[in-house]
Design a protein around this ligand. Structure first.
Ligand SMILES: Cc1cc2nc3c(=O)[nH]c(=O)nc-3n(C[C@H](O)[C@H](O)[C@H](O)COP(=O)(O)OP(=O)(O)OC[C@H]3O[C@@H](n4cnc5c(N)ncnc54)[C@H](O)[C@@H]3O)c2cc1C
Ligand code: FES
Ligand code: FES
Length: 492
């Protein structure tokens, strides 16, 4: 293998940057503000919630160069090798002419407090480049990760609706210079591993998937960092040390998603954004769930593999994946093993992952003909909120209307994502009727003893979990269900 490189290289706005002294836990936001005096990018929450720190990161992904809004507060410098970082300072022309998005925000009074404004503009900039005339729903989705807590969103919405009349994205420098930036990023990615620092200051960017396997086998205590939407908060909120840190978000080999013989294989590095349309086209309820994970910036960075590996009992993807009977491929060096996903979660904070082993892919059977599948996420706020309770249901009815097969899994109800096996046992073989559902609701106490925390009380969780089964029944039996974004899928 080629000799390791000892510097991180990227483009910042119009400039080439090479950094030799990079700490594993150095955030992009601190570096921009403290080392480059680019103070247009703000720090609000430092945990990926408010969007005040939004910048664009251009990366060479599976489909070429893409620019995405990310939270600079929880994005580590070490993850940016071979990327193009675009900050608010890059938008206005050299003569001071405001960018169309900036001008629209001025004209429609969208800059209210001013503090969050650069973050809103960066998110709208990314949207404007994707879509000339976005619908209100698309604008709202694009702004899920940008919080206004002072005045209101309407002036910002008005500005967003008007942007296309201020100029076409085709003449934007990021579009005009696309080929040149792509070529430059390809040069920066020289296929070499990056290694910087020693001991508590050590960071590694593997050159390839095989190299990642070798690095982790040699450094089994290293922190794997994918999208850093969990690990970032360990640093900014818990002051935890993460060295040696291994940054894997540039490994395109882990970013493949494909389907073969009715099974979708999702590489561990597939971000929510990259996996969303593929998954939504096969399992629509899964697509709708992804739309409610974090905001756009978190979905651009966060990965499904990271959600699984993190092992949180309130991670959103494990329950539906368990209900779908997904399997997980783990790899250590060149050895692989594949296990049922539900067996991966052993206890709170404990997963079936050996030292030096990593999550390589998750394999998800697509619901077959006649199967019904639903995911219901309960949060205090509809957008950008963490689950209080989440239930996932997959069921097959026999011709006589009895339950032939059912898998039910929950998040937020136990120390791990967990199946409701006692509930399933009541349902299997019984007629799919309200009476059966009532009997099954009584079995929840055997499966779960939820906790009280800031998101919900134990009693609320216990009641809500049961009612999700009732909701699934009402929706799948043709009775009119409650109004909500998550409807069940029925495969014809
Ligand atoms: C504002 C905000 C909102 C959020 N909202 C939600 C939400 O609605 N629902 C939800 O479920 N989560 C949410 N999260 C949490 C987070 O976004 C997800 O858990 C995400 O999927 C983590 O993926 P990542 O790639 O960022 O993981 P990272 O933070 O990079 O890593 C997470 C953990 O997984 C390990 N890891 C990552 N990849 C691998 C691998 N391939 N092999 C072995 N270990 C690995 C890391 O070492 C670490 O332990 C939110 C986070 C933020 C900041
Ligand atoms: S500072 Fe709030 S999302 Fe980064
Ligand atoms: S405009 Fe900044 S918080 Fe409302």
């Amino acid at each position: 293998m080629a000799e390791a490189r000892h510097e991180i290289r990227f483009l910042l706005n119009g400039e080439d940057v090479a950094l030799r002294d990079v700490k594993p836990d150095a955030t992009l936001l601190d570096w921009l503000r403290l080392h480059r005096s680019l103070k247009g990018t703000k720090e609000g929450c430092a945990e990926g919630d408010c969007g005040a720190c939004t910048v664009l990161v251009g990366r060479l992904g599976m489909d070429g160069l893409v620019y995405e809004g990310v939270n600079a507060c929880i994005r580590f410098l070490g993850s940016l090798d071979g990327c193009h970082i675009v900050t608010i300072e890059h938008l206005a022309g050299a003569d001071g002419t405001l960018h169309p998005v900036q001008q629209a925000m001025v004209d429609f009074h969208g800059s209210q407090c001013g503090f969050c404004t650069p973050g809103f503009i960066m998110s709208l900039y990314a949207l404007w480049m994707r879509e000339a005339k976005p619908s209100d729903k698309t604008i709202e989705t694009a702004l899920q990760g940008n919080l206004c807590r002072c005045t209101g969103y309407e002036p910002i919405m008005k500005a967003a609706r008007a942007v296309s009349s201020y100029g076409a994205a085709g003449s934007d420098p990021l579009v005009v210079e696309r080929a040149a930036v792509t070529a430059r990023l390809q040069e920066l990615r020289d296929g070499r591993r990056v290694e910087i620092g020693e001991g508590s200051e050590r960071l590694i960017v593997p050159a390839s998937l095989d190299d990642f396997a070798a690095v982790l086998e040699a450094e089994p205590k290293a922190t794997v960092v994918a999208g850093s939407t969990d690990v970032g908060l360990w640093v900014t909120k818990q002051m935890r040390a993460i060295a040696p840190a291994v940054f894997i978000c540039g490994l395109t080999e882990l970013q493949q998603i494909s389907e073969e013989d009715g099974v979708i294989t999702i590489g561990a590095g597939v971000s929510y954004t990259d996996g969303r349309d593929f998954l939504a086209s096969r399992i629509p309820a899964f697509g709708r769930l992804i739309d409610r994970i974090g905001g756009g910036q978190v979905r651009n960075m966060g990965t499904i593999g990271g959600n699984i590996a993190n092992g949180s009992p309130i991670g959103d993807t494990p329950p539906p994946l368990i209900a779908l009977d997904a399997r997980l491929t783990l790899r250590k060096g060149n050895e692989r093993r594949t296990i049922a996903l539900e067996d991966f979660f052993i206890a709170y904070g404990k997963q079936d992952r050996q030292p030096g082993e990593f999550v390589e892919a998750v394999h998800v059977p697509v619901p077959a003909s006649g199967e019904k599948f639903a995911v219901y996420k309960i949060t205090k706020r509809r957008d950008e909120d963490i689950t209080a309770t989440l239930g996932a249901f997959r069921m097959t009815l026999a011709a006589d209307g009895t339950v032939a097969d059912v898998r039910i899994a929950y998040g937020g109800m136990a120390a791990t994502p967990k199946r409701a096996r006692a509930v399933e046992a009541v349902l299997i073989g019984a007629p799919w009727t309200e009476k059966t559902v009532e009997a099954a609701m009584a079995a929840y106490a055997e499966d779960f003893s939820p906790l009280t925390d800031m998101r919900a009380s134990a009693a609320y969780r216990a009641l809500a979990a049961k009612n999700l089964l009732l909701r699934f029944y009402l929706e799948t039996s043709g009775a009119s269900g409650p109004v909500g974004v998550s409807r069940y899928d029925e495969v014809a």
